[in-house]
Design a protein around this ligand. Structure first.
Ligand code: SF4
Length: 434
């Protein structure tokens, strides 16, 4: 038999309630605690239910003041239901010069680029993401990532439309097989918001790749006949812009292939369209474990209440979350900015995974930093913050060589007896060879 004090210790719970929620009645709490047949009702008498502490905590607001102001200004008629509906966000995307000019004071360089683009990567920004942009400052970091400038139209000799040589490593349309045991499956070419530095800007947003069953079945056939493939990364475009039904069909097809051990999804949705992460979506996703997710976060200003909620839903569904961040000149190329981003992500249960050197994509020179800058970022993070908050800095080798990790040099040399090493504070240490 439990003593009352044991029960108190065992079943005391913190029930976090919304500010505007009523505290639950003791009966419903008992049910939600799933205590089986144990009769605990006498511990929850209305006047004395000491063993249940209901702690009313103030939750962070559901959206930032900036987003609320933007919405009131530009979408005053949108109901909460519409604003929080991902289909509505996609339908109301900003995709023309006129729409953009209505909400942002465009610089001449931006205005010209928006009017000029057509064959290049399209313009597309969800209202939610547009709410995070500065209306006046063309150098605002997030604004630079999604609003085109004329720099996109200048190609340097070292740049290419397909810098990673993906086309030459594609045995069937939309599938890239570069590494021995894993493949990249481009399921769709659509994104809710287009990043101006997108490595696949040669194909995304042009309507060339639909998630058509006939095309995808060829990819599944290839995977089925290639038993060394144990890991499939779904990317695009953004796979999470597909409907739950189409995504589930893809996941279920892959899960029927015995040698596919893990499935990963690469997405920017939690940053640009967090409304897409619904309880229904995560309920479906969690049926296809082991399922991992690589989220594309760029800057601390993307870590909004909406993004936190999206990552919480995903993490609570048992999906390990990692992030891929491209190092971008004048946007996130300082240790302070990256540290803030990574600390925010750790709170969102997203492990900083890769920090990418910007690929030599046509028209990306204005985004690219020298490699020394990337090494400086790692040097400034390693040892100065949690190891979990330090990503691997990589160059994706032009021409299809795969990811090559780069580290500041911590090995100073060796002599007959020891390795000579330096630590994060430049202290010199010796480690015995044998
Ligand atoms: S979300 Fe990814 S695929 Fe889409 S535009 Fe951005 S980088 Fe490209």
């Amino acid at each position: 038999m439990y003593q009352q004090s044991d029960v108190d210790r065992k079943f005391t719970r913190e029930v976090i309630v919304e500010e505007d929620d009523k505290p639950p009645d003791p009966g419903s709490v008992l049910t939600s605690l799933n205590l089986g047949n144990l009769d605990l009702s006498h511990f929850f008498k209305p006047s004395t239910h000491r063993s249940l502490e209901i702690i009313k905590r103030k939750r962070p607001p559901r959206s930032s003041a900036r987003t609320r102001l933007f919405r009131r200004t530009w979408f005053p008629d949108a109901s909460d239901h519409q604003w929080n509906d991902w289909h509505w966000q996609i339908r109301r995307r900003i995709h023309s010069a006129d729409q953009l000019e209505r909400i942002l004071k465009l610089s001449p360089e931006e205005k010209q680029a928006v009017e000029f683009s057509g064959t290049k990567l399209p313009l597309g920004i969800t209202p939610y993401y547009a709410s995070l942009l500065s209306p006046d400052d063309p150098n605002h970091p997030l604004r630079r990532t999604v609003v085109p400038t004329m720099h996109e139209f200048f190609t340097m000799p070292c740049e290419a439309d397909d810098p990673l040589g993906e086309e030459s490593q594609s045995p069937v349309p939309g599938l890239v097989h570069r590494y021995p045991d894993r493949v990249l499956l481009l399921v769709v070419d659509f994104c809710s918001t287009y990043c101006r530095y997108c490595t696949r800007s040669r194909m995304v947003g042009h309507g060339a790749f639909h998630a058509a069953k006939s095309r995808l079945e060829k990819a599944f056939d290839y995977i089925r006949k290639t038993p060394e493939v144990r890991d499939v990364l779904l990317s695009g475009g953004d796979p999470l812009t597909l409907s739950d039904e189409r995504l589930e069909w893809i996941l279920s097809q892959l899960r029927q292939i015995p040698h596919v051990e893990i499935i990963r999804i690469g997405t920017k949705v939690p940053a640009v369209l967090p409304q897409r992460i619904t309880p229904q979506l995560v309920k479906m996703l969690r049926q296809y474990h082991p399922l991992w997710m690589s989220i594309h976060f760029t800057h601390p200003e993307e870590c909004t209440p909406e993004a936190y909620r999206a990552c919480r839903l995903l993490a609570d569904a048992g999906i390990p979350l990692g992030s891929q961040t491209v190092l971008l000149k004048g946007i996130n190329d300082s240790v302070e900015t990256l540290k803030e981003l990574y600390h925010n992500m750790m709170k969102m249960r997203v492990k900083p995974y890769y920090l990418y050197q910007c690929d030599p994509l046509s028209g990306s020179g204005h985004f690219r930093t020298p490699v020394e800058k990337g090494l400086e970022m790692i040097q400034g993070l390693r040892g100065f913050t949690s190891g979990y908050a330090v990503p691997t800095y990589v160059i994706d080798a032009p021409g299809g060589g795969g990811k090559i990790p780069l580290m500041p040099d911590y090995v100073l040399g060796r002599d007959a007896n020891s390795w000579i090493l330096r630590n994060y504070e430049n202290g010199e240490f010796r480690y015995p060879i044998s």
